[in-house]
Design a protein around this ligand. Structure first.
Ligand code: G6P
Ligand code: MG
Length: 221
């Protein structure tokens, strides 16, 4: 195991909840049904793709011009940014800070593979930026998750082979992206949400360097 590539929202901090709330407010304003089960499909995918899925659910795909859609996505992002402006280092999920410290001390590469254009801001708010050897520039990624491009770019930025990497995700699209990249996939959530993951943890509190190395070695044996 030479590198660990992290998703952000729902893995490092619980901003997945804020995406859910911000999309929920917009959906309610548009009269579109919205719930946690449907929200699972939005995890890991871009802002515009998320909006398209929500509008399709309300049979409103044709009801808005591209300009209107742009405005709706901006409205969601404004609400999301209002919510994340209050993020502090105490919002780092359990086990993550100690895992980052262990990885750093062991000389294992650390990269961020988030689809969010707000990722750098959130890492700064959490005071975790210094742990990351690479934060993949999502604006340079052509194919979003479930395509493996973002994880492959993270590995390339670190100068390691994908087969030597572990990816950690809370989204179905993210697990597919990790496996498509040929990496070991750790899912955070329930086994039914994390289909295809090599191991699933219910909480980030279960993650540690020794735990990851043990499972990774078992997998590559
Ligand atoms: C992550 C989240 C998604 C979000 C996407 C884009 O992948 O899991 O829920 O839609 O980032 O985030 P942004 O902050 O750019 O709207
Ligand atoms: Mg996520």
């Amino acid at each position: 195991m030479k590198a660990v590539i992290f998703d952000l929202d729902g893995v490092i901090t619980d901003t997945a909840e804020y995406h859910f709330q911000a999309w929920g407010s917009l959906a309610a304003a548009l009269g579109i049904p919205f719930d946690r089960e449907f929200n699972e499909q939005l995890k890991g995918i871009s802002r515009t793709e998320s909006l398209d899925k929500i509008l399709a659910r309300g049979n409103l795909s044709e009801a808005y011009t591209d300009e209107d859609k742009q405005e709706l996505a901006t409205r969601k992002n404004a609400e999301y940014q209002r919510l994340i402006s209050a993020v502090t280092p105490s919002d780092v999920l359990p086990g993550i800070k100690s895992l980052l410290t262990e990885l750093h001390d062991a000389g294992i590469g650390i990269a961020l593979a988030s689809a969010s254009k707000n990722a750098a801001f959130i890492l700064d708010r959490l005071e975790l930026t210094r742990y990351f050897d690479s934060v993949v520039d999502v604006t340079a990624i052509r194919h979003g998750k479930p395509d493996p491009e973002i994880f492959l770019t993270g590995a390339a930025n670190l100068g390691v082979q994908p087969a030597d990497c572990v990816g950690i995700e809370d989204a179905q699209a993210g697990i597919q992206a990790i496996k498509g990249a040929g990496m070991f996939a750790v899912g955070v959530g329930t086994p039914s949400q994390m289909q295809g993951a090599d191991i699933v943890v219910a909480s980030t509190a279960e993650l540690s360097l020794s735990m990851l190395e043990e499972h990774f070695c078992e997998f590559t044996k």
